[in-house]
Design a protein around this ligand. Structure first.
Ligand SMILES: Nc1ncnc2c1ncn2[C@@H]1O[C@H](COP(=O)(O)OP(=O)(O)O)[C@@H](O)[C@H]1O
Ligand SMILES: [Mg+2]
Length: 271
């Protein structure tokens, strides 16, 4: 679905943000990308829908090269991006207008636009706010509307850049649950995060460091072998305990619990 070949990227000031990276993301995967601040997560994500173009190497999205100017609209349509701070993205006077903006640009029939807007707002639990002004919404609600705007474009891939970092834990859970459901329905998900608890739904974990990929594989296998503190995570007590239990062979490391719920389940099975 997304093929990154030998990608090197320098910002105009010369900063080397990505250094010869190879990464293939397959259709239907839920890939989480983690790593310390400044390791290149946002930079690689922005290459996946052509917001940034390679200094060297190539990025191919569903067969289209992001460096090919003629493909860029189609690429943006294929891979939608949800950002950390949705505040700056609003263009419409109402939530509904805002979400309709993308599909309107695709020149879809009015009925289809209305259908997509309603379905997307319902999907994120914001349908009853459709006539509100985006400015008056809470941070979490704004993030849900930004998310709905991407959904309304029916992208095959959604790229999430630390979208829950400014949200409270309830809203975080809402958003994660929506993403999990989308993934179940076939959407390919690339999810940048710095919260370990959010890896529960990922079927693949990519760890970056200084513009390179240092681990790529099953999240539980990686987290049971490597100390996540070295990836820039605070180690949550649950995972610290789970790692110790796995070290002592009390639990199977391939089933390493990543959340309180999962730990409870694993412990119950041991009783
Ligand atoms: N607009 C920019 N201009 C110059 N350097 C940048 C810019 N954006 C990011 N960087 C640098 O590129 C590197 C990777 O940044 P980024 O992809 O934002 O990392 P992450 O998302 O993992 O925190 C860092 O060294 C960062 O300082
Ligand atoms: Mg970032």
């Amino acid at each position: 679905m997304i093929r990154i070949n030998n990608l090197t990227f320098r910002y105009p000031d010369g900063t080397l943000a990505l250094d010869s990276v190879d990464l293939n993301i397959h259709k239907g995967e839920f890939v989480a990308i983690v790593g310390k601040n400044g390791c290149g997560k946002s930079t690689i994500l922005r290459h996946m829908n052509g917001l940034l173009l390679p200094t060297e190497g190539s990025v191919i999205v569903k067969g289209m090269d992001t460096s090919d100017t003629f493909s860029i609209l189609k690429i943006r349509h294929t891979a939608g991006m949800v950002f950390q701070d949705p505040g700056s993205q609003f263009i419409g006077m109402t939530v509904e207008e805002d979400v309709a903006f993308g599909p309107e640009n695709l020149a879809l029939p009015a009925e289809k636009i209305q259908f997509l807007v309603n379905r997307s707002l319902r999907g994120v639990g914001m349908l009853e706010h459709r006539n509100h002004t985006p400015r008056t919404l809470s941070g979490g609600q704004k993030q849900k509307v930004a998310f709905a705007s991407v959904l309304a474009m029916e992208p095959e891939v959604i790229l999430f850049d630390e979208v829950t970092s400014m949200l409270d834990s309830n809203t975080r859970k809402d958003i994660l649950d929506i993403i999990k459901k989308l993934h179940k329905n076939g959407t390919t998900v690339v999810y940048v995060t710095h919260r370990l608890e959010e890896l529960v739904y990922a079927d693949r974990l990519v760890v970056m460091d200084k513009g390179r990929i240092i681990h790529d594989g099953n999240p539980r296998a990686i987290l049971s072998k490597e100390n996540p503190v070295s990836f820039g995570f605070d180690l949550p007590p649950v995972i610290e305990l789970a790692r110790r239990l796995a070290d002592e062979n009390i639990i199977d490391s391939s089933l390493l619990p990543l959340s309180k719920e999962e730990l409870r389940e694993v412990l119950c099975q041991l009783m």
